[in-house]
Design a protein around this ligand. Structure first.
Ligand code: FAD
Length: 500
């Protein structure tokens, strides 16, 4: 029986695994995960992501063993590792899922494809989500995506391992120094537990609770790293969510929409692999200096901007690897608007801190929150108001900024105004804001709007809509008039989201 190499990437599971099922039908299955040093040297990849993946691999190894299959680990360049495995096993076929990754994985896959062609090895790539490769037009995409998600999940009926299993490299204990004491645990067991507890009641009030970092940590599903590294398939999450559950219908619908958004954003990356490197609207590519102000970037990255709620969010992210959507948006918007930092630099820092780093969602969102898509509303958050709205009692802010623990509630989000008999800002071991928030926001908005008035902007925005926008809601408006419709909105409504 011929050996088929199953190249595992962001699909660390056995259930609903089209590539595994196909491999099992074609021959003896050799599941392989390749640890690529150049991938791990990238700034957007981090030790916490590796720690999560490592736990997933340990779980997967046990799961594969229960089906009589091994898990081979190899370290090195993918093309070299695969070539060696082909030589060792005589395999003539490699099967994997279609990866929608960043520019680096895109280039690596092209390299592997070229090698496979030259070596006479067939490489099949199968979809594992609603993302469609070589999509001709965004028209009708939602229907194709929904049809994929509605199809029955695939089940492994039986599999055979090759007679001789090639040796495995060890799993590194760590990948660099990246302490993250509150990180979520990897592995399918935890992914399933989270999905079930969310639907069994943790997600009651999801729609209302998701906006605050206080309630969001419990009420959101927390499935993102599991979906990112495939311990659960998106289809599995969507179908389970559509089944019997104990949360409100509105909450279940909101969850289902977000799973669709996931595919929607990843489709953008699939269609434009350089989304991490180039502004979607070309007029915005050099909006901010490419060489960002190092002092501001370092202060923002360390959670030392002088805006307590912003800093609390950043420090919480550093310690846990997760943040709710609204606060991710705020961190990005503060970096891009108030601090006028190029989104590529701040985006890479956030990516490395997210255990759930998913290039397609991440870079689309970084651009949306920085005003560089040309088709979305410009969203500038007031960092002080966000703290008052989302953390009214200051519990979250004080937890992550113990140096402000004794500051009274009414001064907590503006401690620099806390003076005289009350203590005085000078007594605090906490910085003053890097810039004046109101003035900086005004200047930034003016700069973004000035670009929208340039000749040719509208035509280029139409092109972005044509290639990337959802054919629903806001996109329909932008198709009519991409320049006039997106008026600046200083504060988005709670839970509001631009489905662009
Ligand atoms: C600047 C920025 C960067 C982001 N980077 C990432 C990233 O690298 N990886 C990532 O998974 N999400 C990213 N998001 C989207 C979102 O914040 C997270 O998916 C969500 O907070 C994860 O928590 P959860 O699993 O509890 O989500 P839930 O609210 O429970 O949602 C369920 C799932 O739906 C998907 N989803 C939720 N919100 C969105 C959204 N707005 N867009 C697309 N898909 C969504 C995720 O897969 C999520 O796990 C980013 C958002 C912003 C503003």
């Amino acid at each position: 029986m011929d050996t088929v190499i199953l190249w595992l990437k962001r699909d660390l599971r056995v259930d609903d695994h089209p590539a595994l099922v196909l491999a099992a039908a074609r021959g003896a299955v050799l599941p392989v995960f390749i640890i690529e040093p150049d991938y791990w040297a990238r700034p957007e990849h981090s030790g916490r992501q590796w720690d999560f993946i490592r736990e997933c691999l340990l779980d997967l190894r046990a799961e594969l063993a229960s089906h009589g299959l091994p898990l081979v680990i190899r370290q090195g360049r993918a093309v070299d590792a695969l070539a060696l495995l082909v030589a060792e096993t005589g395999a003539r076929a490699i099967i994997s899922h279609e990866e929608t990754g960043g520019l680096w994985t895109y280039a690596r896959d092209r390299h592997v494809a070229a090698w496979a062609r030259g070596a006479g090895v067939v490489w099949h790539e199968l979809p594992q989500s609603g993302v469609i490769r070589r999509l001709q037009s965004r028209n009708g995409w939602a229907g194709l995506r929904d049809a994929f998600v509605a199809r029955p999940q695939v089940t492994l009926q039986g599999a055979r391992a090759p007679v001789r299993i090639p040796p495995s490299d060890p799993l590194p204990a760590h990948m660099g120094h990246d302490p993250c004491p509150g990180r979520q645990r990897g592995g399918r067991t935890d992914g399933l537990r989270l999905l079930q507890s969310f639907l069994d009641g943790r997600g009651l009030g999801y729609q209302r609770g998701m906006s605050s970092p206080l309630t969001g940590a419990d009420m959101c599903s927390r499935l993102s790293p599991h979906l990112a590294f495939g311990t659960l398939s998106g289809r599995e999450a969507a179908q389970t969510g559509a089944g019997p559950h104990s949360i409100r219908t509105g909450d279940a619908k909101a969850f289902s929409s977000r799973l669709a958004w996931r595919d929607h954003f990843m489709q953008k990356q699939e269609d434009a692999p350089d989304i991490e490197a180039r502004a979607l609207h070309p007029f915005y590519d050099d909006l901010r200096p490419r060489d960002p102000d190092a002092t501001r970037l370092a202060a923002w990255a360390a959670g030392e901007t002088g805006w307590p709620f912003v800093d609390a969010c950043m420090r919480s992210l550093i310690a846990t690897g997760w943040l709710n959507f609204r606060m991710r948006s705020m961190l990005m918007a503060v970096a891009s608007y108030h601090l006028w930092l190029d989104w590529r630099a701040s985006g890479a820092i956030l990516a490395a801190r997210f255990t759930d780093y998913e290039p397609g969602i991440h870079w689309s969102q970084c651009q949306m929150q920085s005003g560089t898509t040309g088709i979305n509303a410009i969203r500038v958050y007031n960092p002080i108001k966000q703290g008052l709205d989302q953390d009214p009692g200051g519990v979250f802010t004080r937890r992550w900024l113990p140096e402000l623990a004794h500051v009274p509630d009414m001064w907590l989000q503006r401690p620099w105004d806390w003076q005289g008999d009350w203590g005085g800002a000078g007594a605090l071991a906490y910085p003053r804001p890097l810039v004046d928030a109101v003035q900086a926001a005004r200047t930034a908005k003016a700069a973004v709007w000035a670009v929208r008035g340039q000749p040719g902007f509208r035509e280029a925005a139409f092109d972005v809509v044509r290639r990337h926008a959802s054919r629903k809601d806001s996109a329909r408006r932008f198709v009519r008039d991409p320049v006039v419709t997106p008026k600046p909105k200083p504060e988005p409504k709670q839970g509001a989201f631009d489905f662009g």
